[in-house]
Design a protein around this ligand. Structure first.
Ligand SMILES: Nc1nc2c(ncn2[C@@H]2O[C@H](COP(=O)(O)OP(=O)(O)OP(=O)(O)O)[C@@H](O)[C@H]2O)c(=O)[nH]1
Ligand SMILES: [Mg+2]
Length: 444
């Protein structure tokens, strides 16, 4: 190849090379661009997919949340319905302890009395929002009522015991105090014996001694209640319950019956009163006043010397017709003699047995706490002949002999069913041994 020729060829080749190179680079650029575009597209697609997924997830979450809320609402509704049902049931068979009165007492000061009452309720497992002014009012009344009993018993007891450990001498003092407070010899001995036993085994501090004493006293009162199998006395639903209110004259039978009628009708039991004290002229009128106050009808026979059993006969007929739950029977406290009184009670019982064999009869002995040992004697003599099933202690307000309640439980083996502490319509409550003992020893 000539030189010239070769130069041209070289140039040509270089041009071709440059061209090819350019082409190649162009292609490369093109490919890179394409690749970039592809990548961008993929990225976009990915993002789109991601967004879609997120949206889906969000929607799913929202749906789940909605479902959860719906479920929650449903559960709340069910719970509400259940509660309402329970409440209805409660209202239907009130156990007397949470009776709803028309008027609530005025809330007093936030003082020691309130604090004590609230603490007694709390100790029985009541929640803050479950406490009513009525309950506080009653406990304050009970505590005040037992003040006189406490003064002659607990104050001295605390002075004697102090914070020092118990000694055999302090037990002797305690024995005297308990007997003086009308607790009765048998129950006093029981308490002292158990304390002595404990003292032989260990050192008992003042505070612990009081706690032990409370437990012992509560045990004595609870025993007949537990033996009876009924923690609290309420009318049995679906049957006619007949409660005979018995006791010697002036102890508070009629007043107690009036308060019971109120408690029972306020607790939604269909209640009726039989005025079977036909001995005392004013008895029926007195009962009618209570009947009006508690909006309970009184069945009576105004004719002179009417037969009490005949009044009960009429009252049972009325109770059957009205489908009553509870028939409260007021009886005479004074007759020509004691035998007449017992005869009359058994005649009344016979009539009830004959007319309503499946009636649930309760013979409740009313005892005036202020009569102390005398009341105990009455209980013993009635218990022998009148087939009693329970006791009601009245006039606990302002007596120093509230301790007699313990003697009645221990020595006559009668469950105390109600206690009265005042002449007002609300001044009667189902007996609660915990509250009673706390009130009796309230200073500690
Ligand atoms: N302070 C106080 N007085 C009461 C209580 N219960 C009744 N009384 C009063 O005791 C007196 C006699 O009450 P009644 O209910 O008539 O007694 P009773 O047993 O029916 O009497 P007789 O029918 O005569 O046998 C009345 O003045 C009542 O107000 C009470 O818990 N506290
Ligand atoms: Mg009376």
């Amino acid at each position: 190849m000539a030189n010239n020729e070769s130069d041209t060829s070289r140039e040509w080749a270089a041009q071709a090379y440059a061209l090819l190179k350019q082409k190649q680079e162009l292609k490369k650029e093109e490919e890179q661009l394409k690749e970039k575009e592809l990548k961008e597209e993929q990225l976009k697609e990915q993002e789109l997919k991601k967004e879609e997924e997120q949206l889906k997830e969000k929607e799913l979450k929202e749906e789940q949340l909605k479902e959860q809320e719906l479920k929650k609402e449903e559960e709340q509704l069910k719970e509400k319905e259940l509660k309402e049902e329970q409440l209805k049931e409660q209202v239907q068979t009130q156990d007397f302890s949470n009776v709803q009165y028309d008027t609530e007492p005025k809330l007093g000061e936030f003082d020691d009395e309130f604090t004590w009452s609230a603490m007694v309720l709390a100790a029985q497992g009541k929640q803050v929002n479950e406490i009513s002014t009525d309950e506080i009012d009653w406990l304050s009344k009970l505590r005040r009522g037992l003040e006189e009993t406490r003064k002659g018993f607990v104050t001295e007891l605390l002075d004697k015991l102090g914070d020092d450990p118990l000694t055999p001498e302090s037990l002797d003092d305690l024995e005297t105090l308990l007997i003086r407070a009308d607790v009765g010899i048998d129950s006093t001995e029981k308490v002292i014996d158990s304390l002595r036993k404990k003292l032989n085994e260990e050192v008992v501090g003042g505070e612990e001694g009081i706690k032990f004493l409370k437990d012992e006293l509560r045990g004595i009162i609870e025993k007949p209640i537990q033996n009876s199998g009924k923690k609290i006395l309420v009318p049995q639903k679906g049957k006619l319950n007949v409660w005979l209110i018995v006791g010697v004259n002036g102890v508070g039978k009629t007043t107690t019956l009036g308060k019971l009628a109120y408690l029972s009708s306020k607790s939604n039991y269909k209640t009726l009163i039989a005025a079977a004290d036909t001995f005392r002229a004013a008895a029926v009128e007195q009962l009618k006043v209570w009947g009006d106050r508690s909006k309970v009808d009184v069945i009576s026979n105004q004719s002179k010397n009417a037969d009490p059993a005949a009044v009960v006969f009429d009252a049972i007929n009325a109770a059957k017709k009205r489908n009553s739950d509870l028939l409260l029977v007021d009886t005479a406290g004074r007759l020509q003699n004691k035998n007449n009184l017992m005869d009359e009670l058994s005649k009344i019982k016979k009539i009830i047995d004959k007319k309503v064999p499946d009636a649930i009869i309760e013979s409740l002995l009313v005892l005036d706490a202020s009569q102390g040992q005398n009341g105990l004697k009455q209980a013993k003599s009635f218990a022998k002949s009148a087939n009693l099933s329970g006791a009601i202690i009245t006039k606990l307000d302002g007596t120093s002999r509230g301790g007699v309640s313990l003697a009645i439980s221990a020595e006559v083996n009668l469950p105390i069913r109600f206690i009265g502490a005042g002449e007002g319509i609300k001044d009667l409550r189902p007996f609660n041994s915990f509250e009673f003992v706390e009130a009796l020893l309230a200073d500690r």
